[in-house]
Design a protein around this ligand. Structure first.
Ligand SMILES: [Zn+2]
Ligand SMILES: [Zn+2]
Length: 234
């Protein structure tokens, strides 16, 4: 009864403003996002868009330790504005919209990616970012996704060393150097697989550092889920 009632609630679609079910996109935006194929070629490993079948500049010299990465959409207009609203404009409720859509996408195309015994681990925010936003976007997205897919989420194991540098001001090489020990696991975690969760994937240096920390703690395989994959010009 309660579920039926919740399903009948409507709210403006966060992308176009048309009427949509609560915490969902309207049918048109929903279909557009799920069917979008912005780029004919992309690296199968880090999902970077490529001009052709050329080697991926991101993975050519050092492949990420992550086994598999899944993304909901590319970080291009108009979807990039949604992620910015989610991260910076105090619209954390968008986590539910993203989670709903991601759950559908995973069910359709990667139905074994997350099962009820999967463990999601969000990338922690820096203290500064947390003070600014009052929430960790990756954390609330991970919680929304775990609720949707009925799996576990661990918000405490992965910790961030505080640092004076902001990642986005650094070049790619420096980001990898800078972030190589940015995260640590605060206890042993001897399990087969975990799934890191983040909002935007750019170079992969953040996910790499977190993956290494978790593997040092005993995790055998680290996969990742991101809302958006940045598409750098090639
Ligand atoms: Zn819409
Ligand atoms: Zn790549």
């Amino acid at each position: 009864m309660l579920k039926k009632w919740a399903n009948s609630l409507t709210a403006p679609c966060p992308l176009c403003g048309c009427s949509a079910r609560l915490a969902q996109f309207c049918t048109s935006c929903h279909d557009n996002i799920l069917s979008q194929q912005q780029y004919p070629y992309r690296c199968p490993h880090c999902l970077l868009a490529l001009p052709n079948h050329s080697p991926c500049p991101n993975c050519h010299n050092h492949r990420l330790s992550l086994q598999r990465i899944y993304h909901l959409f590319d970080y291009v207009p108009p979807l990039d504005s949604l992620v910015l609203r989610f991260k910076n404009a105090k619209q954390p409720h968008l986590a539910n919209n993203f989670a709903h859509l991601f759950a559908e996408q995973l069910t359709q195309h990667h139905h074994n990616a997350i099962t009820t015994d999967s463990l999601l681990i969000p990338i922690p925010s820096s203290r500064l970012q947390l003070q600014k936003r009052n929430y960790n976007p990756a954390g609330i997205f991970a919680k929304a996704l775990a609720k949707k897919l009925q799996c576990d989420v661990d918000l405490t194991i992965l910790r961030r060393h505080e640092s004076a540098y902001l990642q986005k001001s650094l070049h790619r090489h420096d980001r990898f150097l800078h972030s190589s020990q940015l995260y640590y696991a605060q206890r042993r975690l001897p399990i087969d697989r975990v799934i890191l969760v983040d909002d935007i994937l750019t170079t992969g240096s953040t996910l790499e550092s977190a993956a290494r920390a978790l593997m040092s703690a005993g995790v055998k395989q680290v996969d990742a889920i991101v809302i958006a994959r940045s598409a750098k010009p090639f």
